[in-house]
Design a binder for this molecule. Structure first.
Ligand SMILES: NC(=O)C1=CN([C@@H]2O[C@H](COP(=O)(O)OP(=O)(O)OC[C@H]3O[C@@H](n4cnc5c(N)ncnc54)[C@H](OP(=O)(O)O)[C@@H]3O)[C@@H](O)[C@H]2O)C=CC1
Ligand SMILES: O=C1O[C@H](COP(=O)(O)O)[C@@H](O)[C@H](O)[C@H]1O
Length: 489
């Protein structure tokens, strides 16, 4: 989507501006938007937290955080422009009267209020109420909600209802930062701009799909949040299911928010239920023990800072997902995600079916399948594995598996790959909802996830242990081995 500095001016109100997400991701994203001249000159950034700070002190704090978290040296000229946009407001989010302070520093006639909730979701209702009381919920006003929306279907409904009391769905932007990733967006381009894939994208051509989101990091000081959530709520309910829907959905009629979200929703509705009857066969949950990640000793989950003894929270999940519709009948989608795994790697592997007849049987009893590998991060790119003849004379035709490899780094050398939060902040300020998740998507995802969480609870089995720095518990290998398949390593 083309964007310019003439985008409509916004009062970007950043709740939780001193928190981890704001410091590590949101402030650097704002800096990059300023650098790219994508932040309208008349826009303002209003940082909100509980501490008494002057705008000067807040500005110093932002500078300190940018110096710490930017992945490049700070450009002073960009900083001078950005700092002019900053204002700080001290506010207790649970005190409705306090929100009047926001009415004093915003200007709805000149700028669209865009409120970003980088706070615990339990505060979303109170923030909406406060914003409405300050007159910041009407007209084009927007709210951007961080994930997770709730802990299960029931609690997500409560939060969504609280927000809906003050904001229409067209004003609500639910973040799933995976939708802002360049390579995740590229799934749309790959699938719908290339006839070669469009006509081979179903059970006739595809054998199975693997989605891996492996992280090297552990809980990163977020123990209390994470222990309550676990990898299922933290990663599968949102990021992995969103990637799955983009791979599995029918072609949307248009590239607009509701056309895309309607198709994603149909996939979520078609996910085969996992419950007590098939939980053992379809899922694996694990928890990391100590080990070595990238050559460094790593503690086990129960030895992390702030850990609670005997926690059974899962840090690894693998699931065999079936999609009960015409396109995907008989094509399993294998998902796996975990913390403290062997390396940071997010990728989608589409394994195609073998040829129906093998004319090379004299030398090859079995021809390896073609694969389309979409590397989401790091080393973003797309790779196709094909078989080629090895050049040379002789009676037998010798084959070799080779790659058609499109590395984003190589191909788009001069293009910097923007962080997901840069794109999402920009799209929220532009008023484009297509990269944000609609309420019914969130709730259908929870409905399906709740089935698994409930079955795990009733089953009451401890998570399977895996060594930090490995690819997860052995049971995850068995999940595929039972179907005569392997994880792509
Ligand atoms: N951190 C991450 O990597 C990710 C976080 N998220 C989500 O983003 C949100 C924020 O996460 P994170 O930054 O890690 O959390 P933090 O705990 O680091 O920050 C939360 C912020 O909320 C503010 N806050 C809490 N209660 C109040 C209150 N009563 N009044 C005013 N401010 C309050 C805190 O303000 P104060 O500074 O005044 O205490 C704090 O700055 C959560 O929903 C999380 O799930 C999503 C994806 C990744
Ligand atoms: O939302 C979250 O995502 C990160 C992983 O994001 P990535 O962009 O680095 O792949 C995860 O570490 C965190 O626990 C989770 O809350």
């Amino acid at each position: 989507m083309a964007a310019t500095a003439q985008n409509s001016a916004c009062d970007l109100i950043l709740f939780g501006t001193k928190g981890d997400l704001a410091r590590r991701k949101l402030l650097p994203a704002m800096y990059q938007l300023e650098k790219a001249n994508l932040f309208c000159v008349d826009s303002r950034i209003i940082g909100v937290a509980r501490d008494e700070l002057s705008t000067e002190e807040y500005t110093e704090l932002v500078l300190t955080n940018l110096n710490k978290f930017l992945k490049e040296p700070l450009d002073n000229e960009v900083w001078q422009r950005l700092q002019k946009k900053l204002t700080y407001v001290q506010l207790d989010l649970t005190n409705e009267q306090d929100y009047q302070k926001l009415a004093d520093v915003t200007n709805c006639n000149k700028r669209v209020p865009v409120s970003y909730f980088a706070t615990p979701p339990s505060l979303f209702g109170a923030i909406c109420k406060g914003l409405a009381s300050a007159g910041l919920a009407t007209g084009p006003a927007r709210v951007v909600l961080e994930k997770p929306i709730g802990h299960d279907l029931a609690s997500s409904k409560i939060i969504n209802d609280q927000v809906a009391e003050f904001y229409d769905e067209s004003q609500i932007y639910r973040i799933d930062h995976y939708l802002g990733k360049e390579t995740v967006l590229n799934l749309l381009a790959l699938r719908f701009a290339n006839a070669i894939f469009a006509s081979n994208w179903d059970h006739n051509s595809i054998d199975h799909v693997q989605i891996t989101v492996a992280e090297e990091v552990g809980v990163e000081g977020r123990w209390s949040y994470y222990d309550d959530a676990g990898q299922m709520r933290d990663m599968v309910q949102n990021h992995l299911l969103q990637v799955l829907t983009l791979i599995a959905m029918e072609p949307p009629a248009r590239l607009d928010a509701d056309s895309i979200r309607d198709e994603k929703l149909k996939v979520l509705k078609a996910l085969r239920k996992i419950d007590l009857s098939n939980i053992q066969e379809k899922t694996v949950r694990g928890q990391y023990a100590s080990g070595f990640v990238a050559g460094k000793a790593a503690p086990g989950y129960l030895e992390e800072d702030g850990a609670r003894l005997n926690s059974r929270t899962e840090t690894f999940v693998a699931i065999k997902v079936d999609i009960d519709n015409w396109r995907w009948a008989g094509v399993p989608f294998y998902l796996r995600t975990g913390k403290r795994m062997a390396s940071k790697l997010s990728e989608v592997v589409i394994s195609f079916k073998p040829q129906p007849h093998n004319i090379f049987h004299a030398t090859y009893s079995h021809l390896p399948a073609n694969k389309l590998i979409i590397r989401l991060q790091p080393d973003e790119g797309v790779e196709i594995q094909v078989l080629n003849k090895i050049p040379g004379l002789g009676e037998t035709m010798r084959l070799q598996e080779s790659k058609l490899d499109l590395s984003f780094d190589e191909t788009f050398k001069s293009q910097r790959i923007a962080d997901a939060y840069e794109r999402l902040l920009l799209e929220a300020m532009l008023g484009n909802q297509y990269l944000f998740v609609r309420r019914d998507e969130v709730e259908h995802a929870w409905r399906w996830i709740d089935g698994i969480l409930d079955a795990w609870k009733i089953n009451n089995e401890p998570p399977k242990s895996y060594q930090a720095g490995s690819w997860g518990p052995v049971a995850a290998i068995s999940l595929l081995a039972r179907d005569d398949r392997n994880w792509e390593e």
